[in-house]
Design a protein around this ligand. Structure first.
Ligand SMILES: C[S@@+](CC[C@H](N)C(=O)[O-])C[C@H]1O[C@@H](n2cnc3c(N)ncnc32)[C@H](O)[C@@H]1O
Length: 307
């Protein structure tokens, strides 16, 4: 059965995005999945075959009429089990064209790579949070679970220093490439390929302090020495550990895309960390980008420390 009512981005919003220099955004959202644009490529992500079939029937035509210059369509299933995650497959378009390209978000350049695995390199639902970081121009940013360092680039463009931590060397290499693409010298920034759970106590022992901290962990991971991380169980303790590294008036972003956690759970994790550290804060939630329905965006909360 086809998705009953996938909702397409409006021509007006496309005009706004083009004018601000963004060519990586949602094209369509439905009950069974969504479709994103990454420059000249479209990626259909589905958990209900009805959405996939609706896109197979209508996306190529829509893309042609849109005038966005979309030349290829990729597909991937969003499975329940992380072990079942697979690299997107090319459905339509030139298989000989490189699978790597550069996309733009408000003029900031990022590499996306359709051969890199399940995720292509940029999480589009975080566009407004990255804009917020760029606007704040933090002096020292700690980006935990940094992936391809999109938040670090946003922070570094404001002139501050950044430290990006991720288990994956390959993702951090991609992060360095993203720095270079934006005229930033990666050698002037710190990249740590290690388990966040082991790096946090080390930074605390070194008495390091940051005025911006990004805490965006995966749902589950097995870190160094087989130590497991489960966001449902561990987010509050992680928030507390991050808080101990935050400057007076530091800003901490707590985020998860776990289907098992609600906005209220993230709020509760923030409250727990504030109480345990005896610090005061305002809590702020930046609305998701207008092309991403709130129920399909990561649950994200900013802790704006007052002391
Ligand atoms: C949800 S992604 C983070 C997305 C990123 N914040 C962004 O906006 O682009 C999760 C990342 O956490 C990394 N990771 C998973 N477990 C880790 C751990 N224990 N320590 C460090 N990095 C970890 C993965 O390699 C992956 O790059």
């Amino acid at each position: 059965m086809s998705d009953p009512a996938p909702s397409w981005i409006s021509p007006e919003l496309i005009g706004v995005l083009e004018a601000e220099g963004t060519d990586a955004h949602r094209l369509c959202s439905g009950r069974g999945g969504w479709t994103e644009r990454f420059g000249r490529d479209a990626l259909v992500s589905w958990w209900d075959a009805g959405f996939r079939d609706a896109m197979r029937a209508g996306l190529a035509d829509w893309a042609r009429r849109s005038g966005l210059g979309i030349e290829r369509i990729f597909e991937r299933e969003l499975p329940r089990q992380p072990e079942a995650r697979a690299t997107p497959v090319l459905l339509k378009g030139d298989a000989a064209r490189p699978l790597e390209s550069v996309v733009l978000e408000r003029g900031v350049r990022s590499v996306v790579d359709f051969s890199a695995g399940y995720s292509v390199g940029l999480f589009l639902d975080q566009r407004c949070n990255r804009a917020l970081v760029r606007h704040w121009c933090p002096r020292r940013t700690l980006n935990l679970f940094a992936y391809t360092c999109s938040f670090s680039v946003a922070a570094a463009l404001g002139g501050g220093s950044t430290t990006s931590v991720d288990l994956s060397r390959r993702s951090l290499d991609r992060g360095r490439q993203n720095f270079s693409l934006n005229g930033l010298d990666p050698a002037a920034h710190t990249f740590i390929a290690a388990d966040v759970l082991r790096v946090l106590p080390r930074l605390a022992r070194q008495n390091q302090r940051f005025d911006c901290l990004i805490v965006d962990p995966p749902t589950f991971s097995r870190g160094e020495r087989g130590k497991t991380f489960r966001v449902v169980r561990d987010l509050a303790d992680l928030a507390l550990a991050a808080m101990s590294l935050a400057d007076t008036k530091g800003r901490i972003m707590l985020s998860t895309n776990s289907a098992k956690m609600t906005e209220a759970d993230v709020y509760a994790a923030a409250r727990y960390a504030l109480k345990a550290s005896r610090r005061g804060a305002d809590l702020h939630r930046e609305p998701p980008p207008p092309d991403v329905p709130a129920e399909q965006a990561a649950k994200t909360l900013w802790i704006l420390l007052k002391d």
